[in-house]
Write a protein that binds this ligand. Structure first.
Ligand code: 5GP
Ligand code: MN
Ligand code: MN
Ligand code: MN
Length: 287
């Protein structure tokens, strides 16, 4: 007779923090013989969308410079992986929302990044308390209203949306770097955010890269999140992972299961010259 599994066995368990969570370069040195991060060529903008597909158009790190970008290809869903402003000034958020409104994509899905300060209420409290003099310029911004200004998109923050039958999860967190918004310590604290991602999402959107994909800085170091890579490979297995943050890591790679898209529009010198990245997914069958 088959023994019924206990409740906790039904879902695959969330993960434990990686022993090398705080040393991404070392973690990659240990893994790189068994890990694949094969370069993927981008889909040309003039490639026609195959019938029965949903076209996604990915951008990230536009940093209030979207008016200086090149052409944005048409598609069904625009995805923006954060850092749409430099400091989150509400006027800049309004400008971003206005720009979104000019784009033809029927769906637009947006997360915040570490530069979108006013979207992080905990950080804004610290700024107002005088604990973050570096961000004095936004001390009087009404953070409570930031999210409500994004009327032309679906804003995700540790949450999910379903667009044309495709499940998308968005999360703004990245490993701590110079006290900006949505920073979490590597290891258990940031893994707690990744443990919120449900299994079965098709597209994962985070601001920062996982270890080993689009995560090499200008000084040649891998700085991606080790526990995000573990979460993707061992538990969530999305078809696509979209992110930015490490501008110099722009481009597409694959591990054979998940395709990783660093869609940073801005270069490391904040020039908005990298083109959007497009991909097509089959439209799921109607239930
Ligand atoms: P942003 O300030 O727009 O979030 O990131 C801009 C640049 O800062 C990135 O392209 C990268 O060069 C650098 N940067 C951001 N996060 C990290 C990090 O965690 N480690 C290192 N070494 N550099 C980072
Ligand atoms: Mn400013
Ligand atoms: Mn950025
Ligand atoms: Mn960033």
């Amino acid at each position: 007779r088959r023994v019924m599994s206990s409740d906790s066995d039904h879902k695959s368990a969330t993960l434990e923090a990686d022993p090398l969570a705080t040393q991404p370069q070392k973690a990659w040195d240990q893994r790189k013989v068994v890990q694949t991060a094969a370069k993927v060529e981008p889909v040309p903008f003039d490639k026609e969308k195959p019938p029965g597909h949903v076209r996604f158009v990915c951008v990230s790190d536009t940093h209030s410079r979207s008016d200086r970008m090149g052409a944005i290809p048409d598609g069904d869903v625009l995805l923006h992986a954060g850092d749409f402003t430099d400091l989150g000034h509400l006027q800049k958020v309004k400008d971003f929302n206005t720009w979104l409104g000019t784009l033809p994509h029927p769906y637009k899905v947006v997360i915040a990044g570490n530069h979108d300060l006013t979207f992080d209420p905990k950080l804004m409290q610290e700024i107002r308390a005088g604990n973050r003099p570096m961000f004095w310029a936004v001390r009087d911004e009404e953070a409570e209203t930031a999210k409500s200004l994004l009327t032309n998109c679906i804003y995700l923050e540790d949450s999910e949306t379903n667009v044309m039958g495709i499940r998308i999860w968005g999360s703004p967190w990245q490993p701590w770097f110079y006290d900006w918004a949505f920073n979490e310590e590597r290891g258990k604290p940031i893994l707690n955010k990744w443990n919120l991602i449900p299994e079965g999402v098709d597209i994962l959107v985070t601001h920062g890269p996982p270890l080993g994909h689009g995560d090499v800085t200008i000084t040649g170091q891998h700085v991606g999140c080790v526990d995000l890579l573990n979460t993707i490979q061992k538990r969530v297995k999305p078809k696509y992972h979209i992110f930015g943050h490490i501008h110099e890591g722009y481009g597409i790679t694959t591990d054979g299961t998940t395709t990783y898209v660093n869609a940073s529009v801005c270069t490391v010198r904040y020039q908005p010259v990298n083109p959007p990245i497009i991909f097509d997914l089959p439209t799921p069958e109607e239930a």
